[in-house]
Design a protein. Sequence first.
Length: 193
Amino acid sequence: MSGLSIIGSAQHSTVEGLLDAFATAAAIGDLRGYFGCFQDGDTSRFLGTDVNENWTATEFLEFARPHFKNDGTPAWIYVPLAGKRKVDYIGDTFACFDEHLSSESFKATSRGSGSCVRNPSGHWHLVQYYLSFPIPNDLAKGFCESIARWELGLADAQQAQLAAKRVAVMATVAAAKAASSQAPGAPGAPSRP
């Protein structure tokens, strides 16, 4: 089964139908049903939860193909949560969406967001799908610190250097803020005799 003949083959007349079919196809391991939801192989993109997961639909198909058995076995399961999908239409051929998903493997709420287009035949297809984990604000700082520590531990020197640069920039910003708060005339600055 050629990837090029699969991508863009779905025929969904609504964005809601497209997104439901996308989730269902993954849950039953239907390669054609899942990748048929993308507009085309070269310009449609899938962005996954890992920073390195940024693929064209063709690249994503090659990565994901082993997960799709086409025998009813799930590739992965993300169930759209009722009442948690928003779709905004821009004209009659373009739409942006955001949906909350229940993730079977991660046991937490996930988010699918992106954009889709309606082709001249009236069928909707994904141009971009971005799967992410929304982080509650109260947990964000600790979670990001964990990611930074993980990035620093990577064997890939380039990734470690990027993380170190981010930490250095954050330290510089913090030092500048501290210095400006101590400047004469700044609120809370000690007064001069």
